[in-house]
Design a protein around this ligand. Structure first.
Ligand code: PHE
Length: 340
C-alpha cells in the first residue's frame, strides 16, 4: 500500500509539472481525485487491508489526497494569473473584467442600505439624483439661507480647497441645483458622501453618508413628510419603528424638526451608540424655507415643500447592529463583508 501510494504521488507530481493550461489541469484532477481516479482506486483497496493496518493506510491515503488538493489549487492560481497576463499582453489594454478572482467581493453596508432606501422612494415616484462631492460656498451655504456670517456655519466646518471650493458638509448642497434643474412640482432623493471637521467617536465620523429628499408641490405639509418617512423606515426594518419629532433649527427649513428613532441596538435603554439617550437622531427635516425656494426659482405663492436629510450611515448602523461608526470607514473586510 505504501509503495502504491508513493507511486501515485510521484505520478501526480510529474503530471502536474508538465501541465500547460487550465483544461489540462482539470484532466489531472479527474485522473487522480475524480470518481474513477486513482485515489478512489486506493480507497477500494483499503477494504482489503488487514484491520490492524487500516488506520495507518487510511492516514497515508488522506495525506496524499491533501497534498494533491493543495498542489492543484496552487497550480490553478498560477495558471489563471498567467492566462490573465497573456490576455492583457495580447490586447495591450487593461480590462479589469478579465481579472479572474475566485473570491467574491461583497457590498459595503452603506451601499446595501442606500439601494434599499432608493428602491422604496423610487416606488413612490421620487427620482434619484447625483451631485459632486466638491461644491462651492453658494450651493453648500448661501443658497440654503446660511450667509457668510451665520453661526450655523460653525457646526459645519469642513475641508476647503485652495480654489475656494469645499467638500460638501451635507447633501442639502444639491437642493438649489435640483430645484433649478426640474422646477416644481418635484420629488427627488439624492444620496451622497459628506465631510465635516469632527472629533470622531462611536457615533461621529469626519466622512459619512446622507440621503436628502425633497418634495415640492401644491399643498405639501409636514404630514406628507411623516408619511414618507414612516413608509420608508418600516420597509427598511421590516417592522414598525418608533419615531419621535422634536423641534430643530436649520436656516433652510421653517419649521424644522429632528426625527429620531428608538435605538434598535439597546431597545431604548441607553448605550454608547445612542449616547445613552435611547434615541438616535436619524433625520433632520422640515418645510423648505421660502427663501430657499425662491433661490431655486420656485413660485412660493403656489408651491410649498418638505426636505429631509436622512443619516444613511446611522441607518446602516441601526439596521445591521454596527456599534461603532468608525467600522464603516475602516476597510476591515471581516467586519464589512458579512451583511450580503
Ligand atoms: N442638511 C442638514 C444637516 O446635515 C439636515 C437637513 C436636511 C435638515 C434637510 C433639514 C432639512 O445637518
Amino acid at each position: 500500500m505504501i509503495e502504491k501510494t508513493t507511486k501515485i504521488r510521484n505520478d501526480f507530481q510529474s503530471r502536474i509539472a508538465s501541465v500547460t493550461g487550465l483544461a489540462d489541469l482539470e484532466s489531472v484532477h479527474q485522473d487522480f481525485l475524480g470518481k474513477k481516479g486513482r485515489i478512489q482506486e486506493l480507497m477500494q483497496e483499503l477494504k482489503t487491508v488487514p484491520n490492524e493496518k487500516k488506520r495507518e493506510a487510511g492516514q497515508l491515503i488522506n495525506a496524499c489526497k491533501q497534498f494533491m488538493e493543495s498542489l492543484l489549487e496552487e497550480t490553478q492560481e498560477k495558471l489563471e494569473k498567467k492566462e490573465w497576463e497573456n490576455k492583457i499582453n495580447s490586447t495591450g489594454t487593461f480590462d479589469p473584467s478579465l481579472l479572474i478572482s475566485r473570491e467574491q467581493g461583497s457590498y459595503h453596508p452603506i451601499t446595501l442600505i442606500q439601494r434599499e432606501v432608493e428602491a422604496v422612494f423610487a416606488s413612490m415616484g421620487f427620482t434619484i439624483e447625483d451631485y459632486p462631492e466638491i461644491v462651492d460656498d453658494y450651493h453648500c451655504f448661501e443658497a440654503l439661507n446660511i450667509p457668510p456670517f451665520h453661526p450655523a456655519r460653525d457646526m459645519q466646518d469642513t475641508y476647503y480647497l485652495s480654489t475656494g471650493q469645499l467638500l460638501k458638509t451635507h447633501t442639502s448642497a444639491a437642493q438649489n441645483y435640483i430645484m433649478r434643474k426640474y422646477g416644481a412640482p418635484l420629488r427627488a432623493i439624492f444620496p451622497g458622501r459628506c465631510f465635516r471637521n469632527e472629533s470622531t467617536d462611536a457615533c461621529h465620523e469626519n466622512t459619512f453618508f446622507q440621503m436628502e429628499g425633497i418634495m415640492i408641490d401644491e399643498n405639501i405639509s409636514i404630514s406628507n413628510l411623516i408619511y414618507f418617512m414612516k413608509v420608508m423606515l418600516s420597509e427598511v426594518f421590516g417592522k414598525p419603528v418608533e419615531v419621535r419629532l422634536r423641534p430643530g433649527f436649520f436656516p433652510f427649513v421653517e419649521p424644522g424638526f429632528e426625527l429620531d428613532i428608538k435605538c434598535l441596538i439597546c431597545g431604548g435603554e441607553g448605550c454608547p451608540s445612542c449616547k445613552d439617550s435611547g434615541w438616535l437622531e436619524l433625520c433632520p427635516c422640515g418645510m423648505i424655507h421660502p427663501k430657499v425656494l425662491e433661490y431655486g426659482g420656485i413660485d412660493t405663492e403656489k408651491y410649498t415643500g418638505f426636505a429631509f436629510g436622512l443619516g444613511l450611515t446611522r441607518l446602516a448602523m441601526m439596521k445591521y447592529g454596527i456599534k461603532d461608526i468608525r467600522t464603516l470607514n475602516s476597510g476591515n473586510l471581516k467586519a464589512l463583508s458579512q451583511f450580503n
